[in-house]
Design a protein around this ligand. Structure first.
Ligand SMILES: [Zn+2]
Length: 370
């Protein structure tokens, strides 16, 4: 029996069955597909990105359009991330794009004619004005290779910012006078890089402040692209099992399986949709189950639609998939669409990989009840 975290979160815009995979609708859209496509794939929630949305279309436009749900025609739950990870990545890429101090983050992306400020309070204000179902605290992100001193500073700042986020969240929610069951959830993010003692320090302080769930913060892969299994598992154990944990940015099917086995319940990544656009499609090789995490059993493979082997392949991508693409179109036709550069390829391929991810989640949920 797997240790999968299985539960249902009740959110203002509906329920989210865990474990769940959420595609990244970074700029308010999962590229190439519409909301009805997502519903048909079994997607229950998406992740949208405060860092990008505050730039385009901009916060006043989103508010004028009635929030993210109305703007994007998506009536189901939305997690907004705080913007911390993207701002960190931008500044790490080149320090002239911005800086971070105890007050918050200031950044000016290349090509932008204005400076943006993100403080813990501002991040919460924006996410609530967007209508998010799960709001994430602004954190100070690091890379696992950063020094102990840098990780300690990040943990101190992350705890301080989490406290400020919680205060701002409660202040704004009390102003709205909504009954607590209609409040969005507030998640804290646990930092500390690869240091067990720092992860523990961060988790204990955040648990004391009190949050509805937690994210694993920091880049989850090492320099070779391998999952940081040990510290990810350790961090999950620091949080009581009944509180959901989000494995931020983890979306490779093998990594999702592994982290679900550790008790993570929420996953988001641009990988499945990006792979689809690059003609890398996921195929389940086992009909009705996924193996226990850590098993060497091969349970999925890649099918490259751009490959010559696809030219006369008259079958579907997967006989076990019930998506629009597999129930109607052959691999050969997809290959043709890819070669002529028709946008229908992007839509069908994206739908298929998303359905693969929701089928994986269905199986994990079913196995956790066995
Ligand atoms: Zn399919």
């Amino acid at each position: 029996m797997m240790n999968t975290f299985s539960n249902t979160l009740q959110l203002p815009h509906g329920q989210l069955s865990l474990p769940a995979f959420l595609p990244d609708a970074t700029l308010g859209v999962v590229r190439n597909v519409d909301s009805a496509d997502l519903e048909r794939c079994g997607i229950e929630a998406v992740v949208m990105n405060t860092f990008h949305l505050m730039q385009r279309p901009g916060s006043s436009t989103i508010t004028a359009l009635g929030g993210l749900h109305r703007m994007s025609g998506w009536p189901h739950p939305i997690i907004t991330d705080s913007g911390g990870f993207q701002a960190y990545s931008l500044i790490r890429q080149n320090a002239r794009f911005g800086f971070m101090n105890d007050k918050g983050i200031t950044f000016q992306p290349e090509g932008s004619d204005r400076k943006f400020h993100l403080t813990p309070e501002k991040s919460i204000q924006l996410q609530l004005s967007y209508g998010a179902d799960i709001v994430v605290c602004l954190d100070d992100c690091t890379h696992v290779d950063d020094s102990f001193a840098t990780q300690q500073e990040s943990v101190n700042r992350t705890i301080d910012w989490a406290r400020r986020c919680k205060d701002e969240f409660q202040r704004l929610m009390q102003q709205k006078r909504l009954p607590p069951e209609r409040w969005p959830l507030l998640f804290g993010v646990i930092q500390g890089g690869g240091y067990h003692e720092l992860r523990k320090q961060c988790a204990e302080a955040l648990l004391e402040i009190g949050f509805d769930g937690f994210g694993f913060g920091g880049w989850p892969l090492d320099n070779k692209g391998q999952l940081l299994t040990d510290i990810i598992a350790y961090t999950r154990e620091l949080v009581p099992p009944q509180l959901p944990m989000h494995a931020l940015g983890i979306g490779h099917p093998a990594n999702v399986l592994e982290c679900a086995g550790m008790g993570y319940g929420i996953f988001d990544s641009a990988m499945p949709t990006r792979d689809a656009r690059h003609s890398r499609l996921y195929v389940l090789t086992a009909h009705d189950a996924v193996p226990e995490p850590g098993s060497t059993e091969k349970w999925f493979s890649y099918l490259y639609v751009n490959d010559d082997k696809a030219i006369k392949n008259n079958g579907p991508i997967s006989p076990y998939c019930d998506c629009l693409c597999c129930s109607r179109y052959s691999v050969a036709y997809l290959h043709h669409l890819f070669k002529i550069g028709d946008s229908l390829f992007l839509r069908l391929a994206t739908i298929h990989n998303l359905r693969f991810m929701t089928q994986l989640m269905d199986r994990l949920r079913a196995q956790s009840y066995e």
